[in-house]
Ligand binder design. Structure first.
Ligand code: URA
Length: 210
């Protein structure tokens, strides 16, 4: 991927995102829509994967058939909201290896605090796709990617549902080598670090915890 920021403006993505933003949308629908959008974002974030060919025989003749080159992808979910996007991308890349980074935002400082880190081996040989629906301040994503780079990852992409300009700028500054794929970039962050107009707290809306 060459672009630092890709906004997926496909009508299906935009329509589903509007349904998710609506505060009247139920937990069940929100989760289902996130999974569906995740399929469409995954299609973009896996574009341009390096390909090779393998010899197979169709019922008619042998052929050199295209397949994705290299080791299995690593998908890393930033807990807990990342799991909603993870479920969708795993539908499309079921053999991927999966890692989790647990970070919560200190409500006062908005800084990320790590409480869990478990990732697949050999990250240096894999494309690693980090998923988190909301790129808000960028603090959690930058911290998660710092940790993944320390663990050996050197080929990363970041997939989110919604981004704030502040988060995109923070990522561009800290990790200019990590392309971002998102469905939209909203107006701004409010004083509590929420994306405006946004969709509220993605984790709460996905799991019905508020
Ligand atoms: N995390 C969320 O879930 N929502 C926001 O708007 C910002 C961060």
């Amino acid at each position: 991927m060459t672009e630092h920021l890709t906004i997926v403006d496909h009508p299906l993505v935009q329509h589903k995102l509007s349904l998710m933003r609506d505060k009247e949308t139920s937990t069940k629908s929100f989760r289902q829509l996130l999974r569906e959008i995740s399929h469409l974002l995954a299609y973009e974030v896996t574009r341009n994967l390096p390909m090779t060919t393998t010899r197979i025989e169709t019922p008619l003749e042998p052929m050199a058939a295209p397949v994705i080159e290299g080791k299995k992808l690593a998908l890393v979910s930033i807990l807990r909201a990342g799991n909603g996007l993870l479920d969708g991308i795993l539908d499309l890349v079921p053999a991927a290896r999966v890692g989790f980074v647990g970070l919560y935002r200190d409500p006062e400082t908005l800084q990320p605090v790590q409480y869990y880190f478990k990732v697949p081996p050999s990250l240096e040989d894999r494309l690693t796709i980090v998923v988190d629906p909301m790129l808000a301040t960028g603090n959690s994503s930058v911290a998660a990617i710092d940790l993944l780079k320390q663990a050996g990852a050197n080929n990363l992409r970041f997939m989110c549902l919604l981004a704030a300009p502040e988060g995109v700028a923070r990522m561009r500054e800290a990790h200019p080598d990590v392309p971002i794929v998102t469905a939209a970039v909203d107006s701004h962050l409010n004083d509590h670090g929420y994306i405006v107009p946004g969709l509220g707290d993605a984790g709460d809306r996905m799991y019905g915890t508020k």
